[in-house]
Design a protein around this ligand. Sequence first.
Ligand code: TYM
Length: 334
Amino acid sequence: MTSFQKRVFSGVQPTGTLHLGNYLGAIKNFVELQKEFECIYCVVDQHAITVEQNPKELRSNTLEVLASFIAAGVDYKKQIIFQQSSVAEHSQLAWVFNCVSRIGWLNRMTQFKDKAGKNRENVSVGLMVYPNLMAADILAYLATHVPVGDDQKQHLELSRDIAQKFNNDFKVDFFPLPEPLIYGNATRVMSLRDGTKKMSKSDASELSRILLTDSDDDISSKIRKAKSDSDLIPEDKDQLQNKHECLNLINILSACLDQSIEKTLAGYAGKEYSKLKNDLADTLIQVVGPVRKEIRNLLDNKDELNKILQVGSEKASTIAGPIIKEVYKIVGFR
Ligand code: TYM
């Protein structure tokens, strides 16, 4: 059995300003993991075009996601941060994986079903084969650990299936089976307007999400208007099961304070929502405020950001290049 070096890979789509779900579910963990692992973080612009994008906005969103990584604390000097479309190996491996992966597997992807909806015959082929590209992103670096939010779990399982099938088909022990790292108290941050729906960039209501670029006033007002109920806050976690909005607020506060849900809940049991909301707004202002300021500073110097991407892409190619060469030999291209 080949022993694989521990290596972290993850990606974020440049499809709009990042929100609290992206931050607490993924980017906060990116920052922590860099203490222990070699980390590669990618702005996945090729994923973004699986649905229609405005080219000018795509370009500026790419820099904004990069700025958000750095503002949140990713160390671009020690780790690799780069843009997917600059490293051709992702597309090269994705094609090989298009031929390893099965249509039946892709048909089962719930995110594809949700996004395509009734329009299935008319969405891009890219939207369907998206998980194959995601597997290629990870495996072009033989990455072993992948920090993501809960919504990416099924895609990660597919990446493991593809790695396993490639190894079996070609009778090699080449790809590791990448492990999802889904942890913390906010693996699935929910909409502030509907606790049964995921917080998302595409929700029509601005009030449903906190953006990393929101002002302190925006944060306070969105939290004040967050949906809740007329009861007092319950005493224990089990009573939260059907109180989706309350659970979401408690989860977000616990994640921001890095403490257990039980401990957070103990501070509010039997109290009204107003106290929880005031404290949550103050905490979020402390968490998001410095990130917002740093994003603004970084975006003032776009040349510098473009340089960071260029250096990152060169470093990424140095790792992915020899791996894809090996893959090409295994499949018989060379
Ligand atoms: P994307 O761009 O939709 O989201 C980026 C990261 O944020 C997490 N996330 C959330 N976490 C908690 N609560 C939420 N409401 C929430 N919304 C989003 C996502 O789980 C993700 O970790 N397919 C990926 C991007 C990708 C990728 C990869 C990830 C492409 N290639 C390879 C890992 C490895 C996506 O669309 O993430």
